[in-house]
Design a protein around this ligand. Structure first.
Ligand code: IPE
Ligand code: IPE
Ligand code: MG
Length: 259
C-alpha cells in the first residue's frame, strides 16, 4: 500500500527547521573531475561512490532524516554504451557491498525510478536490499535510478487513474496524485544541492521541488567533502523560507509562537 506522508508545500505552509529534514542531490561532475586528472570518466564515478558513502555519514551526523541521490537519469541511457554498462555494474557492486553496512547503521534504503528496464539481477537485489532494511528507523536513503521527474508525474497519474478510473476531472487535486508519486513516503526536499557547476534540474524531482531551496556549487561531486556539505547547510540555515507569504508575516508568526 501507499503511505501518504507527503505534506504538500502548496496546500499548507510546512514546518521549517534549522537543519533540513530532506536533502536531494544531483551528484554531478564525476566525468570532469576525471578529465582534469587525465583519467577515464569511470574513475570519476568510482570516486563519486566514495563521496556517496561520506555524504550518507555526514547526513546522519547532521541529523538529516531523508537523503535522496540522483544516480542515473532517464536520459543517461544516451551516453556511450561502455559508460552506461560501467554505471550499471557500479550500481550492482554498490548494492552488494554497501547494503550490509547501511543495515548495520540502521539506514533504510529505497530505490525510485522506472526499474522495469533493469536486469532481473539488479531488480532482485534492489528488492532484497529494500526488504533487509525495511525496519530500520534511521536515515532514509533514496537512490533515484532510471528516474525522471516527468516519468514520475505520468506514472503517478496512471496509477491513480487505474485505482479510481471513474474519477471526475473536477475531483483531481494534489491529494489525489500525491500518494502515487515515487517518494510519497517522504516530505518534500528542504534543500536541493547540485554539484559540478550547472544550474539546472535535469528532469530530477520536478513535482517535489516546488518550494525547495536550491544550492549550486562548482565543486565536482568527488570533491564534495564534509566542509562543502557544511557550507551548504549553513547557506540553507540563512534562507528565509516564505512559501508565498511576506517576510513580515513570518516574523509575526515567530512572535506568536514564542509568546
Ligand atoms: C554525474 O557525473 C554522474 C552521472 C550522471 C551518473 P557526470 O558523469 O555527469 O559528470 P560530468 O557532468 O560529465 O562531469
Ligand atoms: C544529472 O546529471 C543526472 C545525474 C546526476 C544522475 P547529468 O550530467 O546527466 O545532467 P546534464 O545532462 O548535464 O543536464
Ligand atoms: Mg554531468
Amino acid at each position: 500500500m501507499f503511505s501518504t506522508y507527503m505534506i504538500s508545500s502548496t496546500l499548507a505552509v510546512p514546518e521549517v527547521s534549522a537543519v533540513p529534514k530532506h536533502i536531494a542531490i544531483i551528484m554531478d561532475g564525476n566525468g570532469r573531475w576525471a578529465n582534469q586528472r587525465f583519467l577515464p570518466r569511470v574513475a570519476g564515478h568510482n570516486r563519486g561512490l566514495d563521496t556517496v558513502r561520506k555524504t550518507v555519514e555526514n547526513c546522519v551526523q547532521a541529523g538529516v532524516k531523508y537523503l535522496t541521490l540522483f544516480a542515473f537519469s532517464s536520459e543517461n541511457w544516451r551516453r556511450p554504451t561502455d559508460e552506461v554498462n560501467f554505471l550499471m555494474s557500479l550500481f550492482l557492486k554498490a548494492l552488494d557491498k554497501e547494503v550490509a553496512r547501511l543495515n548495520k547503521n540502521n539506514i533504510r534504503l529505497r530505490v525510485i525510478g522506472d526499474l522495469q528496464v533493469f536486469s532481473e539481477e539488479i531488480q532482485e537485489r534492489i528488492q532484497k536490499a529494500e526488504a533487509l532494511t525495511a525496519q530500520n528507523t534511521g536515515l532514509i536513503l533514496t537512490i533515484a535510478a532510471n528516474y525522471g521527474g516527468r516519468w514520475d508525474i505520468l506514472n503517478a497519474t496512471r496509477l491513480a487513474l487505474a485505482s479510481n478510473p471513474l474519477i471526475s476531472p473536477d475531483d483531481i487535486d494534489e491529494n489525489w496524485l500525491n500518494p502515487y508519486l515515487a517518494m510519497s513516503y517522504a516530505p518534500e526536499p528542504d534543500l536541493f544541492i547540485r554539484t559540478g557547476g550547472e544550474q539546472r534540474v535535469s528532469n530530477f524531482l520536478l513535482w517535489h521541488l516546488a518550494y525547495t531551496e536550491m544550492y549550486f556549487t562548482d565543486t565536482f561531486w568527488p570533491d564534495f567533502d564534509l566542509k562543502q556539505f557544511q557550507k551548504s547547510l549553513e547557506w540553507y540555515r540563512l534562507r528565509e523560507r516564505r512559501f508565498g507569504q511576506t517576510g513580515h508575516q513570518l516574523l509575526e508568526n515567530q512572535l506568536v509562537k514564542n509568546a
